[in-house]
Design a protein around this ligand. Structure first.
Ligand code: NAD
Ligand code: UDP
Length: 313
C-alpha cells in the first residue's frame, strides 16, 4: 500500500536516490531540504510527478506534516562541508533529530536515522560490529559530525524507550555513486574527477589508510529493508560493503578504469583521519537478508560514466 513518506535531506546524494526509489514504488514522497549541499538538479526528474513534492525547510526548526514514515538524512556528509560551519552541523544533527522525532511522535510515524560509521571514530576493533562503542575524539575537527550523529542515536533510542516510538538506526559506511556532489572533497569523486581530467590524484598521507566502499543502489535497498523490519527491531545496523581497500589501491584502480595519465601526488593527512574502516555486516545479513551485490569495479564504471556524460568539471 502507498505510504506518505518524508525524506529530510532528500535533495542530497543519498536522499535523491531514496526519493527516486520511493516515488517509483508508488509512495507519496515529501522531500524536505534547505539546499545547503543538496541541489534541485538531483531531483529534477521527479518534479511534476503527482506523488512528489519539495519543501525548502531547515530541520533545525520544527516541521509539521501528516506522514507514515520519516527518513532523517539531513546533514552535510563530506568533511569539507560539515567542517565549514561546525556549530551548524551539530545543530543539524541534534536539533534536526529532536524535530524529526517530535514530528514522528505527534503523528506516530516510523522513523529511520541515517547514522554513520563515523560513530566508531578511529576504530581499534576491526572490522566494526554494531556492539563496538567506538573511539571518537570529542574535541577534534571531525567531532561536530561524529558526536552530533552519536547524540542523534542517543535521542532515537530514548524516544523509543520513553515514548515507545518505532525507530530504526542504520550506520552507513562510505557510499559512492552518481549524483555525488563534485568537489565536496570525498575521495571517490575527487579521484574520478582528477583522473578524467588527467590531473594529479591527491592522496592524503601515504595512502595506507583503508575504507570500504559501497555503491548507492546497495545502500538504498538496505535502508528500505531496514524500514520494513518488525516494529521492535531498532538496530543500529551497519550498512556497508565489507570489501576493504587502501586509498592507494583505490587511486590505482581509478587510474586504470579511466585510462588516465594522472600521476599520484601525496599530500598531508588531515587531522583525526581514521586509519581503517570495514563493516561487520553479520547483523544486516540476518535481520535484513541483505548484503551488497555491486562490485567496486562495476560501481566505479557507472560513476565514471555519470561524471563523463554530464561533463562535470
Ligand atoms: P549530502 O550532503 O549529499 O546530503 C545531505 C542533504 O541534507 C543535502 O541535501 C543538504 O542540503 C541537506 N541538509 C543539510 N543540512 C540541512 C538542514 N539543516 N536542514 C535541511 N536539510 C539539510 O550527503 P549524503 O552523502 O547524501 O548523506 C546523507 C546522509 O547520510 C547524511 O545524514 C550523512 O551523514 C549520512 N551518511 C552518508 C554517508 C556517505 O558515504 N555518503 C556515510 C555515512 C552517513
Ligand atoms: N582522501 C584522499 N584524497 C582525497 C580525498 C580523500 O586521500 O582527495 C582520503 C581521506 O584522507 C580519507 C579517505 O580518503 O582517508 C576517505 O575520505 P572521505 O572524505 O571520502 O571519507 P571519510 O574520511 O569520511 O571516510
Amino acid at each position: 500500500m502507498a505510504k506518505r513518506i518524508l525524506i529530510s535531506g532528500g535533495a542530497g546524494f543519498i536522499g535523491s536516490h531514496l526519493c527516486t526509489r520511493l516515488v517509483q514504488d508508488g509512495n507519496d514522497v515529501i522531500c524536505l531540504d534547505n539546499f545547503f549541499t543538496g541541489v534541485k538538479k538531483n531531483i529534477d526528474h521527479l518534479i511534476g510527478c503527482h506523488n512528489f513534492e519539495i519543501v525548502r525547510h531547515d530541520v533545525i526548526d520544527p516541521y509539521r506534516a501528516e506522514v507514515d514514515e520519516i527518513y532523517n538524512l539531513a546533514c552535510p556528509a563530506s568533511p569539507i562541508h560539515y567542517q565549514h560551519d561546525p556549530i551548524q552541523t551539530t545543530k543539524t544533527s541534534v536539533y534536526g533529530a529532536i524535530n524529526m522525532l517530535g514530528l514522528a511522535k505527534r503523528v506516530r510515524a516510523k522513523i529511520l536515522q541515517a547514522s554513520t560509521s563515523e560513530v566508531y571514530g578511529d576504530p581499534v576493533i576491526h572490522p566494526q560490529p554494531e556492539t563496538y562503542w567506538g573511539n571518537v575524539n570529542p574535541i577534534g575537527i571531525r567531532s561536530c559530525y561524529d558526536e552530533g550523529k552519536r547524540c542523534a542515536e542517543t535521542l532515537f533510542m530514548d524516544y523509543h524507550r520513553q515514548h515507545n516510538l518505532r525507530i530504526k538506526i542504520v550506520r552507513i559506511f562510505n557510499t559512492y555513486g552518481p549524483k555525488m556532489v563534485a568537489h565536496d572533497g570525498r575521495v571517490v569523486s575527487n579521484f574520478i574527477l582528477q583522473a578524467l581530467h588527467n590531473k594529479d590524484i591527491t592522496i592524503y598521507g601515504d595512502g595506507s589508510q583503508t575504507r570500504s566502499f559501497q555503491y548507492i543502489d546497495d545502500l538504498i535497498e538496505g535502508m528500505i529493508r531496514m524500514m520494513n523490519t518488525e516494529d521492535n527491531f531498532t538496530g543500529p545496523v551497519n550498512l556497508g560493503n565489507p570489501v576493504e581497500m587502501t586509498i592507494l589501491d583505490l587511486a590505482q584502480k581509478v587510474i586504470e578504469l579511466t585510462n588516465s595519465k594522472s600521476k599520484i601526488l601525496f599530500l598531508p593527512l588531515p587531522y583525526d583521519d581514521p586509519q581503517q574502516r570495514k563493516p561487520d555486516i553479520t547483523l544486516a545479513k540476518v535481520k535484513l537478508n541483505w548484503e551488497p551485490v555491486v562490485q567496486l569495479e562495476e560501481g566505479l564504471l557507472k560513476m565514471i560514466e555519470y561524471f563523463d556524460i554530464n561533463h562535470i568539471e
